[in-house]
Write a protein that binds this ligand. Structure first.
Ligand code: C5P
Length: 238
């Protein structure tokens, strides 16, 4: 895995837009030296690899948030396709199992040129009843812990988790394992539809590696100013 990929901006701006034009307008108002950007399922399904290529050409580290989950061969090939697009980070579902994660790891050799490979553990939208229904019988927290350890074991670079899970996972998995956290709100912002939030400073102090932040930046009058304000908040505790 590459040190270059692990350095640089900790803020990942979620480009939650329905078309390429809106995403590119926002990207033009940001600075690739100050943030990375995240392209998720809606935007990718509408705007496709061409948008990702444009963002990469503009100098942005792109987190391709497609949460691959399929048989090992298919996930490995999808990860390779993401690497060919030049993205900085890609993610897969850890519940796809050991062989799937190992196949993805093999497709993205840890040689310094591949995207960071990140696991999704338990979707935060699932409550305990729904988790029981799909067979996760030992509750969200234990399931997150177990799947994050398995991801570490399979050589993944880190996992996506809620800020509330950061200190436990950091304690279990050590300092190098990347923890990527959405659910971040600067002190002055509203929570929107997020339930349990932490400020950027709290999340970084707890051990978060990268902060995925959408609306507090994308809906700000000046996105760059909002980004810089959050960066200052982080710098103050680093
Ligand atoms: O606008 P906001 O900061 O809430 O956006 C957070 C981003 O992180 C969105 O793209 C959302 O889909 C994503 N995300 C999340 N919670 C998770 C996983 C992903 O908010 N558990």
């Amino acid at each position: 895995m590459t040190d270059n990929n692990r350095l640089g901006p900790r803020i990942v701006v979620a480009l939650d837009y329905a078309n390429a034009d809106q995403a590119l307008v926002l990207a033009d108002r940001l600075d690739p030296d100050a943030c990375r950007v995240k392209v998720g399922k809606e935007l990718f399904t509408r705007a496709g690899p061409n948008l990702v290529r444009r963002l990469v050409e503009q100098g942005f580290g792109v987190f391709l948030d497609l949460k691959f989950h399929d048989i090992p061969n298919t996930v490995a090939a999808a990860c390779k396709a993401a690497a060919d697009l030049g993205v900085w980070m890609v993610n897969i579902h850890t519940s796809g199992g050991r062989r799937m994660m190992e196949a993805a790891r093999e497709a993205l050799p840890a040689d310094g040129n591949s995207p960071l490979l990140i696991g999704v553990t338990v979707l935060t939208s699932l409550d305990d009843r729904e988790l029981q229904e799909v067979g996760f019988r030992d509750g969200a927290v234990n399931s997150v812990r177990r799947l994050a350890s398995l991801a570490n074991d399979c050589g993944l670079d880190g996992v996506v988790c809620s800020p509330q899970e950061v200190s436990v996972l950091r304690g279990n998995l050590g300092g190098d394992f990347l923890l990527v956290t959405p659910g971040i709100r600067p002190a002055a912002s509203g929570a929107d539809d997020q339930r349990r939030v932490m400020t950027p400073a709290e999340a970084v102090s707890a051990g978060s590696s990268y902060l995925v932040i959408g609306r507090p930046i994308t809906r700000a009058e000046s996105p760059l100013q909002a980004l810089r304000g959050i960066q200052e908040e982080i710098d103050a505790v680093l």
